[in-house]
Design a protein around this ligand. Sequence first.
Ligand SMILES: [Zn+2]
Length: 310
Amino acid sequence: MRARDEVVVALDVGGTGMKCALVRPDGATVHTERHATAAQRGPDAVVGTILDVAEGLADKARADGLTPVACGIAVPGVVDEARGVAVWSANVGFRDVPLRDLAATRLRLPAALGHDVRVGGLAEARVGAGRDAGHVLFVAIGTGIAAAHVVDGSAAVGAHGAAGEIGHILVRPDGPRCGCGRVGCLEAVASASAIGRRYTELAGAPATAAEVVDRAASGDPLAGTVWREAVEALADGLATGQALYDVATVVIGGGLAQAGPRLFDPLRDALRERLTFHREPRLVAAALGDEAGCLGAALLALDTLAKESR
Ligand SMILES: [Zn+2]
């Protein structure tokens, strides 16, 4: 049992901003801060900012009479959680940065490094929309599509730190080219950016995914077609996910989940059509919003502490 005044320093580093918090062991957030990542300064400057912000949060905790006991950091890209290394990131520019040890040295606290979507899934599975389900697939749909498979509160990392990349399931062999270089990946068809791009291409006027959803609902046939194609591709990806993972609950997060029933109703039907003997998972919207990554980073740090004290 941890003392009441203990907190974890938690940071969720994204391409544009860092969400930061002091989190109690029971998951309650006692303080939050946001900082700009300013990734254009290069990875060394970003690492400097991460360490400064983490140290500042630990100092703030002490000034408030709290005891920082660990630090958890979530980053995008490929993350080797066992070695605590940010292996590769397109939008922040990390190349083999030993971020866990850098943070542990600077703060003189145990530290943990996690993948942003994986720790977000961890938080949704334990304290968010997937709680009470032992097997959860968290799918974040925004500029890309990534997922985390969480079993009994622990997210699979993979042998190379790249588990859960369901955005790169091949769904349309004759479809558009994906950012990864291959043709026909799920995220090239069904991410929020892909939906906006497809409509813009066909209509000849720019639109975001949210606008496509609105126009489809108000009867614009072109928007309806683009939206239906995206939902069907998503259902193909989720059916593959269910064949692999057999989860009880699929939690959908990221910007596209804001579409609400306009996404969930047709997606549920399309997924049901594709399942044969597999059991249909419960399909729900994420509950923690953009705080999931920060909360998950804190949970990961607490797990590290629990392992060390065993
Ligand atoms: Zn791809």
